[in-house]
Design a protein around this ligand. Structure first.
Ligand code: ADP
Ligand code: MG
Length: 604
């Protein structure tokens, strides 16, 4: 449960925690001392200093107060009056207050450090894991939900860690020290307090029980809300084009309404903690005052009014820490729910991971072989018993209807997904035995949608290579037909491309992603409909760039327009997850099968 969460995230900051605990201890001590100084002030004001002799149970203070402090204070008071005597005691109070708040500040100062470090650690861990997880993880997760976990849920965990540290290391110290002072002043009253407080605490604890469940639900809904915003802002062009603004707004309102309803329940429970503990606290005080009055004025008095007032002062100091147990309890419930959601990411299985001793590979020598490969994203098979050999230096084209499994086929090679039956070999080695990093290092991808980051041209092109020189980047851009339009922008290679490359045309984006692949200089090139989204004008430029890229390389090209793969060494025709035809353009035309029919349609 919660202790485990603390063990996971707090240990690196043990030193700060210990400093903070010690500061809290000193803070608590000076809080008590400060209240003790109230006693002489009150005694002098009420002129009851002499009564105290027989009553004060604390030998040391009795001695100090009665024989020294009181003696002088009373003498000065009688000589010069109250107004003169007060500043002396006042100064002492100021000093202790200074120490008290100073240590409190120092303790909080340390806690702020711990808090922000823990938040950063959790976020960094989540992000690293998000990067490491296989693509399959995301086909079942909503983007917004993932974002919600890295933001809102982390905040919940942060709050609960802080509350629990307060509950374990701060509040008990303050309470224990204060109770020590209270015992010294009147053990009867203190015993009485000890009976009352746990009862109040138990009542408060009871009301927090169902909060964890509700909290989890509310965070899930927050995920949906973020999902709708993400998706809608991303798809704003389409939404406007289809006049769907109102529909999207309605859809959003429904999510927001669900969230409102559940948050009503969560927050109302949460705010109940305060009035409840306030009310219970007041009950304790009322009874305490009644009991105190009895101890002061009863047949056998054991208390003076001044001590009693100071006692109440110290008692007040434990009310806040005690109250925090109730809100702390609520926070912890919320934090547990949030941690559960975060752990769905942190503890998710990175299924695609190499075994120890995976083979290192740094070049591609002979061939890629798909042997009886069967794969499905779920029960439905998307590839059925597919076999194919791709020789080094050859260009293989995949054609066929959309949905026939071409993209899936090429995604298996870099192990974006793992196959269920059969095997894929690179130079005779099963790709599952090769170091994933090395395997992916052999390949370069250009897809239908160029994926650019909101960064400079330079960094987008140099993306796949750690240490590219400006000349290399520029050369790659030249080969990719991108140099000219890059130079035409205001800052050249240092211009930003906008969110997802939004400041560029489709053809320009595509040429940047080709430049990126050129710079990486991969042995194996995978082009997935790299030109299908372009108009004929920019297609020509991109096609030219692609041919520069493909020359003397092994390439797998998925093509929508058959004209672009006419020269391929092998053309494979996909249909419903199977390769139904294979051969050169001329062979396939002569066969008069599926390919020749597709060709007919496109030429006409
Ligand atoms: P192609 O590239 O030939 O158009 P795909 O390989 O993209 O075909 O898709 C083949 C089939 O797999 C389609 O029926 C598609 O619906 C399904 N599919 C593709 N990606 C996923 C995914 N991430 N999860 C589930 N099904 C998918
Ligand atoms: Mg596809």
């Amino acid at each position: 449960d919660f202790i485990k969460i603390l063990r996971r995230f707090v240990p690196p900051y043990k030193r700060q925690l210990i400093i903070s605990i010690i500061s809290n201890l000193l803070h608590a001590i000076f809080s008590g001392v400060q209240m003790l100084f109230m006693i002489p002030i009150l005694e002098v004001l009420f002129d009851t200093a002499n009564e105290i002799t027989s009553l004060m149970p604390w030998e040391f203070s009795k001695d100090v107060l009665q024989n020294n402090l009181y003696y002088y204070v009373t003498a000065v008071k009688h000589e010069y009056g109250v107004v003169v005597v007060m500043p002396f005691i006042g100064l002492l109070m100021l000093l202790t207050t200074f120490l008290k708040v100073g240590f409190a500040y120092f303790a909080s100062h340390q806690m702020v450090g711990i808090r922000n470090n823990v938040v950063k650690d959790i976020r960094t861990q989540i992000f690293a894991k998000l990067m490491a997880l296989p693509l399959a993880f995301y086909s079942e997760e909503k983007k917004g939900d993932v974002i919600a976990r890295a933001t809102g849920d982390v905040t919940e965990v942060e709050n609960s860690i802080m509350s629990s540290i307060d509950m374990m290391f701060k509040n008990p110290i303050i309470i224990l020290v204060s109770v020590g002072f209270m015992l010294a002043m009147s053990y009867q009253l203190t015993i009485f307090v000890f009976i009352m407080l746990p009862i109040a605490g138990w009542i408060i604890g009871k009301t927090g029980k169902s909060l964890k469940h509700k909290s989890r639900k509310s965070q899930n809904l927050m995920g949906s809300i973020l999902g709708v915003i993400e998706e809608s802002v991303g798809g704003l062009r389409i939404i406007k084009a289809f006049n769907a603004e109102n529909r999207m707004a309605k859809r959003f309102e429904k999510e927001a309404e669900d969230y409102r309803l559940i948050m009503n329940k969560v927050r109302r429970r949460y705010v109940l903690a305060h009035p409840m503990s306030e009310f219970l606290g007041t009950i304790v005080i009322v009874v305490l005052v009644w009991f105190g009055a009895y101890l002061i004025t009863g047949d056998n008095p054991t208390l003076t009014g001044a001590i009693f007032l100071a006692y109440i002062g110290i008692f007040y100091q434990i009310i806040n820490p005690a109250k925090q147990f109730s809100t702390g309890f609520f926070n912890i419930q919320k934090g547990l729910a949030a941690m559960e959601r975060i752990d769905k990411i942190l503890l998710a299985d990175n299924k695609i991971l190499e075994q120890d001793g995976a083979i290192r590979v740094n070049s591609f020598e002979k061939c890629i072989e798909y042997k009886n490969v069967t794969f499905g994203y779920n029960e439905k098979k998307v590839l059925k018993n597919v076999s194919m050999t791709i020789e080094k230096g050859k260009m293989v084209a995949l054609v066929g209807q959309s949905g026939s499994g071409k993209t899936t086929f090429v995604d298996l090679l870099p192990r974006f997904h793992d196959i269920q039956e059969g095997s894929i070999l690179v130079d005779g080695k099963d790709i599952r035995d090769i170091k994933v990093h090395d395997l992916r290092g052999l390949m370069g991808n250009v897809n239908q949608e160029a994926i650019l980051f909101n960064d400079t041209f330079y960094n987008n092109i140099a993306f796949g290579v750690g240490n590219a020189t400006p000349e290399e980047v520029e050369n790659a851009a030249k080969v990719a037909n991108a140099h000219e339009f890059i130079m035409a922008t205001e800052d050249g290679y240092q211009s930003k491309v906008g969110d997802r490359g939004g400041k560029l045309s489709g053809g320009q984006r595509q040429r940047i992603s080709i430049a990126r692949a050129i710079l990486k200089n991969p042995d194996i090139l995978i082009l997935d409909e790299a030109t299908s989204a372009l108009d004929t004008e920019s297609e020509k430029l991109v096609q030219e760039a692609l041919e520069n890229l493909m020359s003397s390389r092994t390439s797998i090209v998925i093509a929508h327009r058959l004209s672009t793969v006419r020269n391929a060494d092998v053309i494979c025709v996909f249909n419903e997850g199977e390769i139904v035809e294979q051969g050169t353009h001329d062979e396939l035309i002569k066969n008069g099968g599926t390919y020749s029919k597709l060709h007919e349609l496109q030429v006409r």
